[in-house]
Design a protein around this ligand. Structure first.
Ligand code: GLN
Length: 253
């Protein structure tokens, strides 16, 4: 009987300690999140120099501009990494507060989300093997096998080519890998990530002829009150040279 009583007492003691610890920890967390509200940014962090992993941290032009906007507006930035073609759904469903991923403004996307003013211009380019390339200009793409990243503007443009064979990958890096393994004849992707891929892989090059010019912007849920605030912050960050400084840091021409 004594044994049972002491066991019960020990159990009660352990439980109350556990309760105290959780309660104390919980309230500290609540306090900090009550002080600084978080904003979740949806991105695909395999798009150097705009967003990519440096160790465990996501860095890059978009990550730093987003950080500067959140600092200005008094939010704590949280970056959520996902497939590129999940970003708009994350934003429309409210899972993320905004999407920033070297994302091109298109009329079709505008039907589901609002875009801020553009913060960068970009170009789609064609990557091919350095030697014996079957594709030497955009016309050659019409009958080629082409690797693209699923749901990107590169994907959208080449999907119009009826005789081309399109291979869609979740990451641009996988499309480039397929190119280095001669599984596709060319890859269509944004210029700056293309430059990073060419640097990281031997035997491939970017064709001089650009494929399409585009504008990057941040997407938010339709009617979001944040869009105007983001535009004001972007305007200030452009005017005070912050955006140029961030771009120069990552794209040292
Ligand atoms: N700019 C392209 C697009 O918006 C690709 C973006 C990306 O792959 N992160 O579709």
């Amino acid at each position: 009987m004594k044994k049972i009583i002491s066991l019960v007492l020990v159990a009660v003691f352990v439980c109350s300690c556990a309760f105290c610890l959780t309660a104390c920890g919980g309230s500290a967390d609540n306090n900090s999140s009550a002080e600084v509200k978080e904003l979740h940014m949806a991105t695909n962090a395999f798009f150097e120099p705009y967003e990519y992993y440096k160790g465990k941290k996501i860095v890059g032009i978009d990550a730093e501009i987003a950080e500067a906007i959140c600092d200005k507006l008094g939010y704590k930035l949280v970056i959520d990494d996902m497939d590129f073609d999940s970003i708009i759904t994350a934003v429309t469903s409210g899972k993320a507060d905004f999407g920033m991923a070297g994302m091109t403004v298109t009329d079709e996307r505008k039907e589901s989300v609002d875009f801020t003013n553009s913060y960068a211009t970009a170009t789609q380019v064609i990557i091919v093997p350095e030697k014996d390339s079957k594709v030497n200009n955009s016309k050659d793409l019409e009958k080629a096998s082409i690797g693209v990243q699923l749901g990107t503007t590169g994907d959208i443009y080449v999907s119009d080519l009826k005789d081309a064979k399109i291979e869609r990958f979740n990451k641009g890096a996988d499309a480039v890998l397929a190119l280095t393994q001669k599984k596709v004849d060319a890859v269509v992707i944004d210029r700056e990530p293309a430059k990073a891929f060419v640097k990281q892989n031997e035997g491939i090059k970017i064709l001089d002829e650009p494929f399409a010019d585009e504008d990057y912007a941040i997407c938010l849920a339709k009617g979001s009150e944040l869009t105007e605030k983001f535009n004001d912050a972007l305007k200030e960050l452009k005017a005070d040279g912050t955006i140029d400084k961030i771009v120069d840091k990552y794209i040292g021409e």
